[in-house]
Design a protein around this ligand. Structure first.
Ligand SMILES: OC[C@H]1O[C@](O)(CO)[C@@H](O)[C@@H]1O
Length: 287
């Protein structure tokens, strides 16, 4: 099987969960799952020169990920206070002014971008102008055939109409969930909801796919022809849902690039996300 090169660009954080800290950050979770499912997954992020940064490196290195694109700078390593509701749904309090807010598009990263088969980014890492510019430069360095995946991952108030529309304009694939869809529809002033809002996004931004997850209910893949696949979410014992969406996107994209059809890639995504929900945190602790 071929090993597509897939980059996850943006935040790297320690998720401070009620039962301890876990590595996280959507792009890192994404890269981890791409790698685990048979792609070459590359996290592109930054940590500080502090103890948490060193520990993040050690923990990620133990997973076998290539950390050659994780930068180090003088800011503190990212941290997120995570509280969980009764059914394991997280709420995030994301510390600002941290290492991944100063991401740079260095020569090595641009060179990797020029060879990448897919790149994935979100809205949160674009909260700082520096990282927003770096992400734009990395996207610009990709080949036309590189699949551009915007996993919107709206967190707290860290998004804007400008960031969302600019990223949608770059994307081939959009991933969003049931809370994010109405938010995006209202940001863009479409006045539409549900499947109509998705169809409008596909049309307005010439998207190849919209990957839509509705938590414990179901998920859908949409294309220019409309609904392509719909799968009910399996019933499982949920530890927490942290990182479930990131692993969903990773499995869908990896499978597609490995040549699987949309429906099979969607099934793989559903299975992978279900697995992530049964463990605490986004990246399982090494055994
Ligand atoms: O990336 C922001 C937050 O979202 C997650 O990636 C889960 O999707 C967490 O690991 C992180 O704290």
């Amino acid at each position: 099987m071929n090993r597509p090169k897939i980059m996850g660009i943006g935040e790297l954080v320690w998720d401070l969960l009620p039962d301890g800290r876990q590595l996280g950050g959507a792009p890192v979770n994404f890269a981890y799952w791409c790698n685990r499912l048979g792609a070459e997954g590359y996290p592109v992020s930054a940590v500080g020169s502090d103890d948490l940064g060193r520990e993040a490196f050690d923990r990620l290195a133990a997973t076998g990920l290539d950390l050659g694109y994780v930068q180090r700078n003088a800011l503190p390593t990212g941290r997120v206070n995570v509280t969980l509701s009764g059914n394991g749904i997280p709420e995030y309090d994301i510390v600002a002014g941290v290492a991944w807010d100063a991401l740079e598009a260095d020569a090595g990263t641009l060179e990797l971008a020029a060879r990448a088969d897919a790149v994935c980014w979100g809205s949160l890492a674009q909260r700082s102008e520096t990282s927003r510019r770096a992400i734009a430069s990395i996207l610009e360095a990709t080949r036309p055939e590189c699949l551009k995946v915007f996993d919107i991952n709206i967190r707290q108030h860290w998004y804007s109409r400008e960031i969302v529309t600019a990223s949608l304009g770059q994307a081939d694939v959009l991933k969003l969930n049931e809370d994010e869809l109405p938010l995006v529809a209202s940001l863009l002033g479409t006045g539409k909801s549900g499947a109509e809002a998705i169809a409008e996004l596909v049309r307005a931004f010439s998207l190849r796919y919209v990957v839509y997850t509705a938590g414990a209910d179901h998920s859908e893949i949409h294309g220019a022809e409309g609904l392509l696949s719909r799968i009910p979410t399996p019933e499982i014992e949920v530890a927490d849902t942290v990182g479930a969406g990131d692993s969903f996107t990773a499995a869908f994209i990896t499978s597609l690039l490995q040549g699987e059809p949309v429906a099979a890639s969607h099934r793989k995504a559903v299975e992978t996300a279900a697995k992530v929900c049964t463990v605490h945190g986004a990246i399982p602790r090494p055994q």
